[in-house]
Design a protein around this ligand. Structure first.
Ligand code: GLP
Length: 266
């Protein structure tokens, strides 16, 4: 796990977008796993800027979103599909048919979940998965207690998640109680994972996820089992980490090595 601590949310967003852009340059038909929430908004904004100003190409990119509220159609302004259209899809040249977001209004939920998993497999698997983390440690909507081997399925939201997400709705009663979500097992199959967190409200759970024991009680702790995870935090989200000095030092050392290497002739 590589932990990178940046000063601000904007720094986190720029760094994350740079990693995604390099992935697309290396493999233009990359399969991206995408997240909603406030954590990746700045990253999407930066990707849109790179598309407009630097020609970053999404024409061969395939995407799979992590989750969607049950019963909200894609046209619903609070649906995750709507969020993705607003923040990314409407502003880059990704073909409509390459976009996958779970259908919240589906009737046969179990069949749909199986189909979604099969689509991920058929696309060759996720190359780079973007993640945020909930204050209860959920990744996607894998609430505490979710099996570390879980697959895409229907999940009941936990009370803190309903409270957290109430800010996006007019009243707390409007927050859906169920979601279709990729499982922890699905997420762990991505080749590379990028976890973003910022703000003091994430400090405690980030410390548990990164430095605590691997446990189904904190879904994000399962990322410790993955061979290629990059965690990018702003300074507030990093305040609970006991090894913060080491992460800062290690990142500085790595940058020096990378600079040295890139100065070498081919
Ligand atoms: C929601 C989403 C998660 C997201 C989390 C954190 O519950 N289902 O995928 O990571 O919120 O959101 P934020 O980035 O707004 O803190």
């Amino acid at each position: 796990m590589e932990v990178i601590i940046q000063d601000t949310y904007e720094d986190v967003s720029r760094l994350a977008a740079g990693i995604i852009a390099r992935q697309l340059l290396r493999k233009p038909n990359s399969v991206l796993g995408l997240a909603t929430g406030s954590s990746p908004i700045g990253t999407y904004r930066e990707l849109v800027r790179m598309h407009r100003e630097e020609g970053l190409d999404f024409s061969q990119v395939v995407t799979f979103n992590l989750d969607e509220y049950l019963s909200l159609p894609p046209s619903h302004p609070k649906s995750y599909r709507y969020f993705m259209n607003e923040h990314l899809f409407n502003h880059v040249n990704i073909p409509h048919g390459n976009i996958h977001v779970p259908y919240g209004h589906v009737q046969a939920v179990d069949d749909f979940c199986e189909w979604y998993e099969a689509q991920i497999q058929q696309s060759g698997g996720i190359d780079l998965q973007i993640l945020g983390v909930g204050t209860d440690g959920h990744i996607a909507f894998n609430e505490p207690g979710s099996s570390l081997g879980s697959r895409t399925r229907l999940k009941t939201l936990a009370e803190p998640t309903v409270q957290d997400n109430a800010r996006f709705f007019e009243t707390i009663e409007q927050v859906p109680r169920f979601a279709i979500t990729m499982g922890v097992g699905t997420i762990l199959e991505a080749r590379r994972i990028l976890l973003l967190a910022s703000g003091a409200s994430k400090a405690k759970i980030i410390a548990q996820a990164i430095e605590g024991p691997v446990t189904a009680s904190v879904s994000a702790s399962a990322l410790q089992l993955h061979r290629d995870v990059i965690v990018i935090l702003d300074s507030e989200a990093a305040t609970g980490l006991s090894r913060a000095d080491y992460y800062r030092w290690a990142y500085e050392q790595k940058r020096q090595i990378t600079d040295l290497r890139s100065e070498r002739p081919n």
